[in-house]
Design a protein around this ligand. Structure first.
Ligand SMILES: [Zn+2]
Length: 393
């Protein structure tokens, strides 16, 4: 089973519709939770939580939903409240088994989410069984997705293959909305890679340099956002968010500043995630064997500047994404031994020579005439690294 999660590209109308759906789900969940716990105090009723919730659902659809004041509920797909009841059943059974805390009421603060699914199949003739797979939604390759009971929505990143799923969960983290759904493995067609083997040098100056000549730059927006962050921090350098021990209370200005600061940090993290996601998808689409250096970040932490650069360029994030995307794109990620001299070796004649970090151009001293960008040279060496120097991720 594979899960796909994509960010949605929503306009204002769509955003408020998503908020509405999530609000409806929250309302029903809290309603069921309250009625269930109240029902425990009714004497002489011996029913399981699940049976009680079934009765509560009947009350909800036949009584509550029919009231004029709740007419708005009919604007939303019925699977939203259906899945709210399923979630409740699940939450209570987990609690009964001692797996979780007592189910709490849902609050807006904890983020929004709701689930929709395709209900039944199409019956061609009455009494005959439904066609197989008609309870599934077919999702075409591309940037559009039609969720059951909702209009077609746009995605920020495309889906590469035609696939299908039944259940879709829409969720919000900060101001971003996502849709996630599960696929059956056999539904994923093989991806035809244009490049057999690709070496990637994760750099300090650029995000990544590939052996086919592609260079991925650091997003300029991160630099801008970082400058803004720096300014923000400098302007507010004297603000302290209180101190409980010293009994200093935080000023409203300080509180406001810290909210702003957290927002700016999240903004930078988002830009980075977008960039690395796009890059790793792009690479996984085009190359079959992907090789990156198996860097030992522990050993590099001593070098503060390098550590900063590595964390900036989200080395780990890129590696993690390339590895998990193997399942979707049928790629093979190889990690090249960290002692393999990818930067110090000539990619043409394999002559090894010292290279300081500041040297940006590789000029082969063996006389083979190779003059090449440092990172490009390294990426070719990673691509051609001998098998005994590579372990599969
Ligand atoms: Zn050479």
């Amino acid at each position: 089973m594979f899960a796909i999660k994509r960010e949605l590209k929503l306009n204002n109308v769509e955003t408020s519709l998503m908020r509405g759906n999530a609000g409806f789900k929250r309302w029903v969940y809290n309603y069921g939770l309250e009625l269930l716990t109240t029902s425990w105090s009714f004497e002489g009723v011996k029913l399981s939580d699940s049976k009680r919730l079934d009765t509560i659902k009947k009350v909800f659809t036949q009584v509550t939903m029919q009231k004029a004041e709740y007419a708005w509920m009919k604007l939303y797909p019925s699977t939203v409240y259906q899945s709210a009841f399923m979630d409740l059943k699940d939450a209570f059974s987990r609690w009964r088994k001692g797996l979780t805390e007592f189910p709490k009421k849902k609050s807006k603060k904890k983020g929004d989410s709701f689930t929709v699914y395709k209900t039944s199949g199409i019956y061609l003739e009455k009494g005959k069984p439904a066609l197989p797979f008609t309870n599934r939604v077919v999702i075409n390759a591309g940037k559009l997705i039609k969720l059951p009971g909702l209009k077609e929505l746009r995605l920020k990143e495309r889906i590469d293959f035609i696939c299908s799923s039944q259940t879709f969960t829409v969720s919000r983290i900060a101001d971003k909305w996502f849709v996630s759904f599960v696929l059956d493995a056999e539904n994923i067609p093989p991806v035809i890679h244009l490049i057999d083997k690709l070496g990637i040098d994760l750099g300090v100056k650029t995000l990544a340099t590939c052996s086919d000549g592609t260079v991925y730059d650091m997003p300029i927006t991160t630099k801008k956002a970082k400058t803004k962050l720096g300014k923000l921090q400098w302007k507010n350098r004297n603000k302290v968010l209180g101190n409980k021990k010293l009994k200093i209370r935080a000023s409203n200005n300080a509180k406001r500043y810290y909210v702003q600061l957290a927002g700016q940090h999240a903004h930078i993290a988002n830009i980075r995630r977008d960039t690395t996601q796009k890059m790793t998808t792009d690479i996984s689409r085009k190359a079959y064997v992907i090789r990156i250096e198996d860097l030992n970040v522990q050993g590099m932490i001593a070098n503060h500047k390098l550590a900063q650069a590595l964390s900036n360029n989200c080395f780990y994030e890129i590696r993690r994404q390339l590895i998990y995307k193997q399942a979707y794109y049928g790629t093979k990620v190889g990690l090249v031994d960290r002692w393999f001299p990818s930067s110090k070796m000539c990619s043409k004649c394999h002559h090894i020579q010292p290279m300081s970090l500041s040297e940006r151009i590789f000029r082969c001293k063996s006389g083979c005439g190779n003059i090449q960008d440092r990172d490009e040279n390294a990426s070719i060496n990673l691509r051609d690294a001998p098998l005994e120097k590579v372990r599969l991720a």
